[in-house]
Design a protein around this ligand. Structure first.
Ligand SMILES: [Zn+2]
Length: 319
């Protein structure tokens, strides 16, 4: 993923948000407690630890990459048994030559015609293969988040639209970010689903990226669809997390773009502000460095992200 912080939001907007936070605080606190968490942030954190233990470095062709794929497949054995786990294999032409890549799609059938897609990427960067980059927040936490949400959906099958989880390979640039060197998995799947007509069934495409950051605040991404950004405001209020979104405006190049280009409503749930800014990483010093480790990820943040995703599914169903 690559992106730019545009600016802090206007003070007026901030004050309105602050006022609404105070106005809602009491009610939200009660609602949050009464509703109870559907997915445990602590359990997702534990899954992230497990994934990092078996697949710390997940660059293409590495043993960790294969282990990460195995980790995903094993957690969806019940869905595989029903024919609802698909491995989408393809060959990508990259600046480092041809690379074999695999996306994974897990389907939880609903009762209404249409699909809500929840997506993430699971691999780590090829250019960072020689440093100790494990992508705890950038890949591992969000893969674990979707696995956790999948476990909830297994026990509570969707009553509305079907929910499909997508685990992308090849999100990161192999050499340097460009239209042709990035988003390999999502570009491949968007093209494939465009040909098959599946793309027209997608009611909303919700992307999880770097949203396990201990110091979580979900960005207002200019590349996301306006009505989904508005819906996230509602979801954040509903779940008592209004203070955890939209501190920063960003414009992010990420796995939602190939779907956006084809007219799918998209939302990137991402917090680009990851660690103190450095000259090399002005967006956040932990991003794409050896510092992106499990101690920078928080169970509470994963709880917030899980709550937001599940509430978004509910709200899209009601729309
Ligand atoms: Zn990344």
């Amino acid at each position: 993923m690559i992106g730019w912080r545009i600016s802090l939001r206007k003070i007026a907007v901030g004050l309105i948000l602050l006022a609404s936070v105070f106005a809602q605080r009491g009610a939200e606190g009660q609602k949050g407690k009464a509703a109870g968490a559907k997915v445990s942030g602590a359990a997702v954190y534990a899954l992230t630890e497990q994934m990092l233990a078996v697949a710390p470095k997940r660059f293409n062709g590495s043993p960790g990459h294969a282990k990460a794929e195995q980790f995903i497949r094993e957690h969806f054995a019940p869905e595989a048994a029903k024919g609802n786990l698909e491995q989408d294999s393809f060959t990508a032409s990259t600046p480092a030559g041809l690379q074999s890549m695999n996306n994974y799609i897990v389907r939880f059938p609903g009762k209404k015609d249409g699909v809500v897609v929840l997506a993430t990427h699971y691999e780590t960067n090829w250019p960072l293969r020689d440093i100790n980059f494990v992508g705890a927040n950038d890949g591992a936490a969000t893969t674990s988040l979707l696995i956790g949400i999948g476990q909830y959906l297994r026990a509570h099958p969707p009553e509305g639209y079907s929910v499909w989880l997508v685990f992308f390979d090849g999100e990161e640039a192999v050499k340097e970010w460009s239209d042709s060197d990035s988003l390999y998995g999502s570009r491949h799947l968007a093209a494939k689903w465009s040909q098959s007509g599946v793309i027209g069934k997608i009611k909303a495409y919700l992307l999880a990226d770097m949203c396990g950051d201990k110091d979580l605040n979900i960005d207002h991404d200019a590349n996301s669809t306006p009505w989904l950004l508005e819906m996230l405001t509602v979801a954040a209020k509903d779940t008592g997390h209004a203070g955890s979104i939209f501190k920063n405006d960003t414009e992010v190049m990420d796995d939602h773009l190939p779907f956006k280009k084809r007219g799918v409503p998209v939302l990137d749930i991402i917090d680009l502000d990851y660690g103190p800014p450095t000259r090399e990483h002005p967006e956040g010093g932990y991003h794409h460095t050896e510092l992106d480790t499990i101690d920078k990820v928080g169970a509470k943040s994963l709880q917030i992200s899980a709550d937001l995703f599940l509430e978004m599914i509910r709200l899209v169903d009601l729309r």
